[in-house]
Design a protein around this ligand. Sequence first.
Ligand code: MN
Length: 305
Amino acid sequence: MTTRTIHAVHRNDQFHWVGDGFYVNQLLPTGPELAHLTEPFLLMDYNPVKEYPPTDVPRGVGVHPHRGFETVTLAFEGAVAHHDSTGAGGVIYPGDVQWMTAARGILHKEYHEAEWAKVGGRFHMVQLWVNLPAKHKMDEPGYQGLTAESMGKVKLEGGGVVTLVAGELDGEVGPARTFTPIELWDAELVADETAELAVPDGHNLMVFVIDGEVTSGDGHVNGAHQGAGAGRGGVRLAQQELGIFNREGSVLRLTAGPLGARVLVLGGEPINEPVLFHGPFVMNTREEIIAAYEDFRRGKFGHLE
Ligand code: MN
């Protein structure tokens, strides 16, 4: 069985505010060079641990539209509230995931949950944008509020544990319903242990380091930098680095550093369609982007206060 190799390592130290509630760096490379290896993921806004003082006016981002894709929000610390123009809403707490399908169009707002904001504290989350195939871009919008208890769990031989939001590992499955096959896993790895995870051959694959560091690959480096872990037979990924893997292979090998590691594994079947990304809309053609702005102006995305 072939072990996955890292094609490129990406990091981004440029942070920006989304509204006044999310201080994020966008981790996915922009531009077309690596898009074939990162799809169906379009964007990854990572909000590392940030302390917020108590407030009676919750921070966040006001009403805005989306069309043509899904927003997937994972709360690690803090609490995120959401309301949308379909009438759906919810709050996600640590370990929960909000999987929102914008599809043909939605208005929503996202902010710190009011009771949490009154107390304040550590806030830590990530939001992914997941593309939809052309045939589902104009489907009905949807919302899945996935609780921490509902996630799949796989215990690793070395003592680690993999939490499955989406996709299958060792016979366990994550609860998310997806339009194309996707793996979204949150893996806790024990110090100096090597985990070998079965991943679908041909799917795109990325690993993002939330805590600690990992070394991955089969010892060969293909265009990626060689870090301190290179002598251990792979490419080292430091905290807040994203490893973008080549598509071939059905084993993801990860060795945690001396302090252990926590990583997000993002995988998925490539959609292989043109991607036009403009503001909050992701479609296949320029005409569809223009139509999205027209429909938004005409109020076709519904209404939300
Ligand atoms: Mn949004």
